[in-house]
Design a protein around this ligand. Sequence first.
Ligand SMILES: Nc1ncnc2c1ncn2[C@@H]1O[C@H](COP(=O)(O)OP(=O)(O)O)[C@@H](O)[C@H]1O
Ligand SMILES: [Mg+2]
Length: 225
Amino acid sequence: MIVFDQVTKQFPLGNTALQDISFEIEDNDFVFLVGPSGAGKTTILRLIMHEYAPSSGSIMVNDLDISANNFRKLEKLRKNLGVIFQDFKILTDKNVFENIALSLRVLNMSTGYIKNEVNEVLELVGIPDKKFLFPAQLSAGELQRVAIARAIIGDRNIILADEPTGNLDPKTSWEIMRIFKKLEKKKTIIIATHNSDIVNSMKKRVLIMQSGELKKDTRKGGYDL
Ligand SMILES: Nc1ncnc2c1ncn2[C@@H]1O[C@H](COP(=O)(O)OP(=O)(O)O)[C@@H](O)[C@H]1O
Ligand SMILES: [Mg+2]
């Protein structure tokens, strides 16, 4: 579960990215985070990852109070989080297998376990045949599949995606959304997006942000206020 309680985030130069935001996201919920550029979507995701600390208010992720001054369990938090970015962030000098395996290698998992897990997630994202290719040999859609595989491997239960279809054409965007749909009810999924077609037709929970404020929180919602 993720709980934001009256969270405000100000940056040093004085601009307020989030103003008094409160919401709860149950385990295995599927949530779209929408709103225009600068609304505060990425800031919310970075707060959940503990890349930023809130200026005030509290944030719980699973059983961790990540806003506490003495919060030290970053490794435990990150083990449960998978993150996907618009620009994929795939390492160009490593093949698909290595890119995905890396997130388990840093957790000191055994080679056999890693091989099994990588094969399983490659199957799930639909590119088992691309395992030994390098990023330069892949399309944008395939690169995003690699990024999703990397994010979900190792039983992470919270998936954060920041504009995951931002660099993809409409058809590929839908293919990527179908992968997120496969994960539905198995993981908590939070997708920040501008893609109103996808948000409107998927009928999931929608949090609408505007100028750092949470304007609307609806089940089976749409993109518009
Ligand atoms: N590291 C930062 N330093 C200063 N201001 C920031 C920083 N990150 C975001 N902001 C500001 O916070 C606001 C919200 O940004 P962001 O969360 O990136 O919005 P979105 O992802 O919805 O486009 C914007 O006004 C942005 O300029
Ligand atoms: Mg953003």
